[in-house]
Design a protein around this ligand. Sequence first.
Ligand code: ACO
Length: 321
Amino acid sequence: MTVRIMGTGSALPERQVTNEELARMVDTSDEWIRERTGIGGRHVSTGETVAELAARACMEALTDAGKEAGQVELLLVATCSPEDATPCAACQVQDRIGAGNALAFDLNAACSGFLFALHTAWAYITAGIYNNALIAGSEVLSKIVDWEDRSTCILFGDGAGAVYVEKSEDGGIISFVQHSDGSRGDVLSCGSRQIRSPYFSGDSRKMEIRMDGREIFSFAVRQVPKAVEEGLEKAGLAVSDVELFVLHQANKRIIEGIARRLSADCEKFPMNLQKTGNTSSASIPILLDELNRNGSLKRGMKIVLSGFGAGLTWGACVLEW
Ligand code: ACO
């Protein structure tokens, strides 16, 4: 018995911000951003929240699967940019969509969050605790970006993606690999909230993303191919058996570097970061939804999902669509 994706959905804020628009704010250019990252634009929230975007994506995923919100047994939201410390975004989504029978909670593994949430759902379902799950990755990173730092503000975008999964006897998830390395947390970090306790004497860190771009680049290009190969070995498959690699949409050059290391054809690595930027935990399910809706995903296809990001965290999932 395993777990299969039965429906997908996504939601992006209405407002689009081009590279040219950013070049009027910080010292950069459309040419620099496209050449170094592949990003041409991104969607930015003008008020849409993590829960609102996740709820829209979840409703689409349920409709795609032909299910009602009341049937959902487990509801997970992967996010590192929730508006509220509590209630968690998943409980807010539960309320918005009317998934009153679900257990709901959030999970934060930054850009690997969706993948880790998918594995969590797989574990609950294969353990016989639940029969199905609704899993969203949702981010409003524009709230935590330093809009004066040209090396980071050009990278990120807002949005949400979701999948509905259920217990299945055929197809679906074949293998999973997950890793984390907390000793490298400072490579990509973001402070949380102002500490107001009269007893606290330390510094509270600013709620802004800080990143060592080169370190992230080499981490991703070294570790992701290893995780993918590990996942394929567990699944008894070879790189050549895989028809699509749906990777976290961080950067075109990272994805091309991973393809080269795997000796895989770049055409098997679809990208939508040109339009969305890096949406962290939302990027894999947003891309899956796009591929599902444009007919690129066919039942029986072997595909690999891979996420990587802050923590550091990374992993891969091999599945039959
Ligand atoms: N526009 C113009 N110039 C810029 C910009 C910008 N937006 N940002 C940085 N520069 C400048 C730097 O100031 C530097 O100038 P200097 O030589 O005068 O000091 C020069 O460009 C080179 O800077 P580097 O940081 O060395 O540039 P690099 O080629 O490494 O590209 C980048 C930077 C795009 C961030 C790259 O390191 C990268 O792709 N890293 C991966 C990071 C990533 O994708 N993170 C996503 C979040 S993490 C995740 O999702 C896993």
